[in-house]
Write a protein that binds this ligand. Structure first.
Ligand code: PGA
Length: 263
């Protein structure tokens, strides 16, 4: 089965209103009809901070989807500062991250919390991107597979509910030691972990591995993206730092989809 690649940018707590507008203009100028257009066979998604979800959804060209960096596990109610899935949809977004390592680390999100968030996102019609990944200490102690199995195991039912069709749900492998460090996982390490995740997905009732896209994230840039995406089980990227500048993000899209030399 061919899986459409995804190139996603996670802006985290960066950029202001004017930056979002300028970013949208830069992407609009680049495609999709011009000679420099990103390949059509790619899903491009940006995850802005929640206050700019509506702005980004309106300003971005229609080949760019918008998603939330987090989603609350409940439908609504007395949860000060949080954002419900229905509100994310209402703002014009169509994707949501669940369980980014910064949420797990700074907000104490457990595997169970992440599963509940992903389920809520899916129920509202959002495409959940469930993030998994081990810390450096866990890798050094040879716990990588056990950690990933626990993180993935918690969301298998949600992924199964998303079904195999089209977008469904997405997994992002983001080793914590590679995020924001400039130290990307080597293509060999990433490929081996992605292969493991794919096998686990396939081992689940019904086999989810062929349809579920697995992204790599952690210091992806224009220099390493081609080697990483060349690996069978790597279906795209979740990019932090290198997505903050539209030129850099576009370069990665072009290099990863083979639709240009990135210039
Ligand atoms: P990075 O972040 O590309 O800056 O390492 C990736 C992420 O946290 O999604």
């Amino acid at each position: 089965m061919t899986r459409t690649p995804i190139i996603a940018g996670n802006w985290k707590m960066n950029l202001l209103r004017a930056d979002v507008t300028a970013y949208a203009e830069a992407l609009a100028a680049a495609g999709p009809s011009g000679a420099q257009a990103p390949d059509n066979e790619v899903d491009v998604v940006l995850f802005p901070t929640p206050v700019y979800l509506g702005l980004a959804a309106t300003a971005m060209p229609d080949w760019v989807a918008v998603g939330a960096q987090d989603v609350h596990a409940e439908d609504g109610g007395a949860y000060t500062g949080d954002v419900a899935a229905a509100q994310i949809v209402d703002a014009g977004a169509s994707w949501a991250l669940a369980g980014h390592s910064e949420r797990r680390q700074y907000h104490g999100e457990s595997n169970d919390d992440v599963a509940r968030k992903a389920r809520r996102a899916l129920g509202a019609g959002l495409v959940p991107v469930v993030c998994v990944g081990e810390t450096l200490e866990q890798r050094q102690q040879d716990q990588t597979e056990a950690i990933l199995d626990a993180q993935l195991g918690a969301v298998l039912e949600v992924l199964a509910a998303a079904g195999g069709a089209g977008a469904g749900a997405v997994v992002a492998y983001e080793p914590v030691w590679a995020i924001g460090t400039g130290l990307s996982a080597s293509p060999e390490i990433a490929a081996s972990v992605h292969g493991h995740l794919r096998a686990r997905l396939n081992g689940h009732q019904g086999g989810l591995g062929d349809s579920t896209r697995i992204l790599y994230g952690g210091s992806v840039n224009a220099d390493n993206c081609r080697d990483l995406i060349g690996r069978t089980d790597i279906d795209g990227f979740l990019i932090g730092g290198a997505s903050l500048d539209p030129a850099s993000f576009l370069r990665i899209i072009r290099l990863s989809t083979g639709s240009g030399d990135g210039s």
